[in-house]
Design a protein around this ligand. Structure first.
Ligand code: ATP
Length: 349
């Protein structure tokens, strides 16, 4: 299987370097061919292109994409926005479901002191092709007086992300999907909820719930262990998935997948982290777990269970190194940097 590797910028490069040897080691009953392509802010600075067409074509033709992180605060487009080829890939390849699972990993210190925090196991599904982000590159500033961005919610976009979320919940233990919206204020959000209810009616085996985004922010701190799958609009999902990553320790622990009907891109939830880039301090766990998500997705698409077995091996190896308390990432005040974590996972496979 061809894997298009897009390391990108900053710690994106470092966490990808730590992940590839792990993917090399678990190949039993399948084989992966890695092809690395340039894209990102530093590439834009050098060439004026953030996502070269050759890179896009390779991404489109690959069986899956493994992505580090892209963007750099001081490198921007003329309109002041940051370089974000990940957004272009989501829109152009219709990667409509931003899947961000969080589960408490034994041994990793949790910010919530309530003992039930160890039961946190939820997935945020962020609609990733429309919503407020549909306005990207199209926002207007009029006469330096007023600025406007428009939220777009379509039937097609909502139906497919809700359908995805219900199918995901069907495979999980709790089987609950919560629609997170602001249906009490915005017509677009009421529409999003109405389509959610229509899709819910087709999945009687899954419990469908509604929650406003503000109440969700509250309850994700007060009782996050009660949630299972949360489906939400693009901008809300952007925000709450950082919050849910914080629930299990931090950005370095949170994997993600951007999934469509034809393509899948897998990347850690974090960005390029310029403050720690180039110092070997990045926690590669999120990227390693994203690679496991990629193997699961490839297993489902290809019907080859060996890929799913490899994903379980990676997850077990990751859990094992933290559970044993032998190693603590720098991110949590410990001394383990990128290489130490990579080596420990490799040794534990
Ligand atoms: P973006 O704005 O694109 O989301 P960013 O790099 O500005 O990206 P985040 O990636 O959200 O910000 O990370 C915020 C901070 O969390 C970073 O500045 C860094 O200190 C820390 N951080 C993020 N990822 C990791 C990681 N893998 N290991 C250790 N620390 C991390």
């Amino acid at each position: 299987m061809k894997i298009c590797v897009l390391p990108g910028d900053g710690i994106g490069v470092e966490v990808i370097e730590a992940t590839l040897p792990i993917l090399q080691k678990v190949q039993k009953g399948f084989s992966l061919e890695f092809q690395t392509y340039p894209a990102g802010a530093q590439h834009y600075k050098k060439t004026g292109e953030a996502l070269p067409e050759k890179t896009f074509e390779a991404a489109r033709n690959a069986d899956a994409m493994l992505f580090g992180a892209m963007g750099w605060p001081s490198i921007r487009y003329p309109d002041g926005t940051e370089i974000a080829p990940q957004l272009d890939l989501r829109f152009r390849l219709e990667l409509y479901a931003g899947v961000r699972p969080v589960r408490a990993i034994p041994g990793i210190p949790l910010p919530l002191s309530d003992p039930r925090a160890k039961d946190i196991d939820l997935v945020v599904v962020r609609e990733s092709t429309e919503g407020l982000f549909a306005s990207r590159g199209k926002g207007v500033v009029e006469d330096d007086r007023e600025a406007r961005d428009t939220m777009v919610i379509t039937r097609k976009g909502s139906e497919r992300v809700h359908e995805f979320s219900f199918r995901l919940a069907e495979k999980r233990r709790k089987k609950i999907v919560t629609c997170v919206d602001k249906a009490n204020v915005f017509a677009s959000m009421a529409f999003f909820r109405r389509i959610f209810d229509e899709v819910a009616a087709r999945h009687p085996g899954v419990e469908a719930r509604h929650h406003y985004i503000d109440a969700t922010a509250l309850d994700l701190v007060r009782r996050p262990w009660d949630f299972d799958v949360l489906v939400t609009e693009n901008m809300f999902g952007d925000i709450i998935s950082d919050q849910t990553a914080a629930l299990i320790g931090g950005m370095g622990m949170a994997p993600s997948g951007d999934i469509g009907d034809a393509h899948g891109l897998f990347q850690p939830c974090h960005g390029s982290a310029p403050d720690i880039a180039g110092q070997g301090k990045a926690n590669p766990t999120a990227c390693i777990l994203s690679a496991a998500m990629m193997l699961d997705w490839l297993a489902e698409r290809s019907g080859n269970p060996a890929l799913a077995q490899a994903a379980r091996r990676i997850e077990k190896a990751v859990d094992g190194i933290f559970q044993s308390q032998k190693l603590k990432p720098l991110e949590f005040g410990g001394s383990a940097g990128t290489q130490a974590i990579r080596d420990a996972v490799l040794a534990n496979l």
